[in-house]
Write a protein that binds this ligand. Structure first.
Ligand code: SF4
Length: 471
């Protein structure tokens, strides 16, 4: 599932002539969108664009939108409103909407935001740098069709040769290994936005990992819609990719997101267990645990015993210094969900005691199979279910964290808290999603991006407190 994040990228402006190619970018949505934005920045930099976070001073403003559920759409529309407002006082500024929202809404987006000069669906993203440059040079040079460039849903992927300006901390990088999705989950708009699944070749991904390592990246995070589907379209598989990535020097952590539960094979687990760099972090979006709901959701293998899966993963890493860390997501308030189904979710989290859990409220999305199902659950009821589950999980998360007190663990040192404390992440903490380790005793000479051995001294529901031992 997708977690919304925002970045506004800044490069110092040069005092220069009056008509500068200066771009402000608002990137919303998931890490896959972040990677798309990074490629866009890289390509535009090669075309002479520079970047600012001062939206009022940009000569072009781009919003890379998210649009897979209502809340994400609202956030994207707010960002579009924001840039349209700027145009009222600066009519020359070029406005661009790209990403999932225009792909989903089509030309209706431009009728709602007529100030926007260019609308490029996610399937046409590779065309965006050329179109923006053309627009900058001569507005008349662009045909009406190209001003609203929305092709049928299709996934696009940039290879390692496409320049990229990364916006994540220098020591962490996302690698988009595949895009699109062949599943038909009844609640999900993503296949209709992104189109069928496509994968990048293994050698291109290895080459990118090598480039990232040479740039000082210590952690790479593999992302896609369904990472276990990697390679199915190009005659390879995730095991092969992981085996090759594991050989890349100087990458300390390889983190995987979005493992489809029924496709976690024993051989995949073996590759992960045998690797020294693939961390035992299992991000498995279960969505629900009741077979009836999972069937209605059109999830694969709705009868799979998830408790068995959790136990199997845990047993493989039992006794190790870094035991398996399991994260999942649930959707509550799905049409037809009853109180018994919610009780089953509560029972599951009590029994499985997974480390990390995010609970989403079901979002009724036009065009999905679930939108027309009977038994739609009220917003209020879904909200209540979400809170009950999150409260139960909070207690479990605290107990699991308390089990770490007194133990030593590696932490990747990052930034500072608002009150000036240094923080890091362990292998159990994906950036922007999971917790942090609040560190004490880190010498000032230790720069962010280094690994430290730390001793856990305290536990909070989602974070740990720890004392620096050595680097
Ligand atoms: S696996 Fe299901 S939920 Fe995930 S992107 Fe594909 S259709 Fe959507």
């Amino acid at each position: 599932m997708v977690v919304t994040c925002v970045f506004r990228y800044t490069i110092q402006l040069m005092p220069d002539d009056s008509r500068q190619k200066v771009l402000g970018l608002i990137s919303l949505g998931c890490p896959k969108n972040t990677v798309d934005s990074e490629r866009l920045l890289g390509e535009l930099a090669e075309d002479g664009w520079r970047f600012t976070d001062d939206m009022g001073n940009a000569s072009a403003l781009v919003v890379n939108t998210c649009g897979f559920i209502r809340d994400a759409r609202l956030e994207s529309e707010e960002a579009l409103d924001e840039i349209c407002e700027i145009k009222k006082s600066r009519p020359d500024v070029l406005l661009v909407a790209t990403g999932c929202l225009p792909q989903r809404d089509g030309v209706s987006l431009r009728s709602r935001f007529p100030a926007i000069d260019l609308v490029v669906g996610v399937g046409s993203l590779p065309e965006l740098p050329r179109l923006l440059n053309d627009l900058w040079e001569d507005r008349a040079a662009i045909s009406t069709d190209e001003i609203e460039l929305i092709t049928p849903a299709r996934a696009t992927l940039s290879g390692s040769h496409v320049p990229r300006i990364r916006v994540t901390p220098p020591w962490t990088a996302y690698m988009k290994i595949a895009e699109g999705c062949d599943h038909e989950c009844a609640f999900c708009t993503i296949p209709s936005i992104k189109g069928p699944h496509i994968s990048r070749p293994v050698d291109d991904l290895v080459s990118e990992a090598e480039q990232l390592a040479a740039d000082g990246v210590r952690e790479i995070i593999l992302i896609s819609q369904d990472t276990t589907a990697y390679g199915s379209d190009i005659g390879t598989n995730l095991r092969t990719l992981l085996t090759e990535l594991d050989k890349v020097d100087n990458i300390d952590w390889i983190r995987l997101h979005y493992l489809y539960p029924s496709k976690i094979s024993d051989s995949l687990l073996d590759v992960m267990a045998d690797s020294s760099h693939i961390i035992p972090y299992f991000d498995i979006p279960l969505q629900h645990v009741r077979p009836g709901i999972l069937k209605s959701m059109l999830r694969l293998a709705p009868d799979l015993d998830f408790l068995d899966l959790v136990r199997k993963i845990r047993s493989l890493f039992e006794g190790r210094a870094n035991p398996a860390c399991i994260r999942s997501t649930f959707i509550v308030g799905y049409p037809g969900e009853t109180e018994n189904d919610v009780d089953a979710l509560l029972d599951f989290i009590e029994s499985a005691r997974i480390d990390r859990l995010t609970v989403f409220k079901y979002s009724q999305e036009d065009g999905t199979a679930a939108a027309t199902l009977p038994g739609q659950v009220s917003e209020h009821e879904a909200e209540d279910r979400m809170h009950r589950l999150m409260e139960a999980q909070q207690d479990i998360s605290l107990e699991i964290n308390e089990g770490w007190v007194g133990k030593n663990i590696d932490a990747l040192i990052e930034g500072l808290t608002d009150d000036g404390k240094r923080v890091g992440r362990t292998y159990r903490d994906a950036p922007e999603i999971d917790g942090l380790v609040i560190l004490s005793g880190v010498p000032d000479t230790i720069e962010p991006g280094n690994f430290a051995r730390v001793k856990v001294t305290g536990a909070l529901p989602y974070d740990l407190e720890a004392k620096w031992l050595w680097c």
